[in-house]
Design a protein around this ligand. Structure first.
Ligand SMILES: *Cc1c(COP(=O)(O)O)cnc(C)c1O
Length: 397
């Protein structure tokens, strides 16, 4: 399968340590080979030699829009509909407030119970900040949409289960009720096919350090459908979102287009690393990424079914409604995860009982998956996870 893999040569674009099978690119993408040199060039030659002139001569000031335009084709958006800025959490805040203000006659932010924590917490903060707003976290979101729904906030691929929601159907249902929809693409961008324009999506945010390989804490992105841009107002009216920041006017005037969703000065070192991360998608179609992701997941699920009866599959079996990670449950998932890391198989744990195994089409090989299954089966069969050393919980799981 590796010999027949059209993406096999992409693995050479990454630094992957010897003896490690890395199945956590859904949480922190692997380091691209080009990143260290790109960051060093930005630090030493641009910052070190050309100093402040670099804002103009090295395109620093244009980085948010330039990188946004490179993410656009990965998510089915126009180049002028995406901009890179801030963190996913901060972008959620900006777009949720803007959307609530645009639907001032409706009071509910509707989201999914069990959504990613930052999405829930930011929604709660927005409701506490804007008078008369409330958050409703429903288990069946589609059924809970009503005339009072201002915004539907959903994560496209669930961080824990890997289940994918029907973006087109939910978007259409919300819009028919007069609501806006805000999609969090953190677990889908760079991993699965996304067609924001084709689904008529209103708003989206997403993460730069997962499948986009931008490095720890990489800048995030936001998307606003072209037709909505001029009607929405960011609540974080910083100078970089001003129509003419270098006029130094006393009064705020929103920039046209996506720039109004910028706030402060872009983090250029992080942008340089993210740009190197986006380069890892050069010449790669999302069709090829999806086909390989599904083949990798099928091999992993077949191996777990056949060799690991102690594990319960949490992710959907149907690849059409699954993202690019496979989650399994076990009462001792934390200890199993640590025992696997000690054997070179790096996945991660999500409380209370989920082990996540991420498949990244650009650098996971079929041999990786095959060998990982062997090691998982061995750790379970011999219960080596019972070693007390594996019981200690770390700060980051
Ligand atoms: C990873 C992730 C985030 C990350 O938010 P940060 O602001 O970068 O910490 C947000 N939402 C979802 C669904 C995620 O998976």
């Amino acid at each position: 399968m590796d010999a027949a893999d059209p993406l096999a040569q992409c693995r050479a674009r990454f630094v992957l340590p010897e003896g490690v099978i890395y199945l956590d690119g859904n949480s922190l993408g692997a380091l691209p080979v080009a990143t260290a040199g790109r960051v060093a060039e930005t630090v030493e030659r641009q910052w070190g030699t050309d100093l402040i002139a670099s804002w103009n001569t090295h395109g620093w000031i244009d980085a948010p829009a330039r990188l946004g335009a490179r993410i656009a084709p990965l998510i089915g958006a126009g180049a002028d509909e995406v901009i890179v800025a801030d963190s996913t959490s901060a972008n959620l805040f900006k777009l949720l407030v803007a959307a609530c203000e645009a639907r001032s006659g409706q009071s509910t932010i509707l989201t999914e119970a069990g959504n990613f924590p930052t999405d829930l917490y930011v929604a709660q903060g927005v409701a506490a900040t804007l008078p008369g707003r409330r958050v409703h976290a429903a288990s069946d979101v589609a059924a809970a949409i009503d005339a009072d729904t201002a915004v539907v906030l959903l994560t496209h691929v669930h961080y824990k289960s890997g289940a994918m929601l029907d973006m087109a159907a939910i978007t259409a249902a919300a819009q028919a009720a007069g609501a806006l929809v805000l999609w969090d693409l953190s677990h889908s961008v760079g991993a699965i096919e996304i067609d924001l324009n084709g689904c008529g999506a209103d708003l989206a945010v997403g993460c730069g350090y997962k499948y986009l390989n931008g490095g720890p804490g990489a800048p995030a992105f936001l998307y606003v459908a072209r037709a909505l841009q001029e009607g929405l107002q960011s609540p974080l009216t910083g100078w970089m979102g001003h129509a003419a920041p270098f006029d130094f006017s006393d009064d705020y005037a929103a920039a046209p287009g996506m720039k109004r969703f910028l706030c402060g000065t872009p983090p250029i070192l992080g942008m340089a690393a993210l740009e190197a991360g986006l380069d890892t998608f050069d010449g790669v179609t999302m069709d090829a990424v999806v086909a390989k992701s599904r083949a990798l997941s099928a091999l992993l699920i077949a191996g777990i079914d056949a060799r690991c009866p102690a594990l319960t599959l949490v992710s959907p079996r149907d690849a059409a409604v699954r993202g690019s990670h496979v989650s399994v449950a076990h009462d001792h998932a934390w200890e199993i995860c640590q025992a696997l890391i000690a054997r070179g198989v790096v996945g991660d744990f999500r409380a209370p009982d989920v082990l996540r195994l991420g498949l990244t089409a650009l650098y996971t090989s079929f041999e990786d998956v095959w060998r990982a299954v062997e090691i998982i089966a061995d750790v379970l069969a011999h219960e080596s996870w019972r070693d007390p050393a594996y019981a200690v919980r770390a700060a980051v799981t």
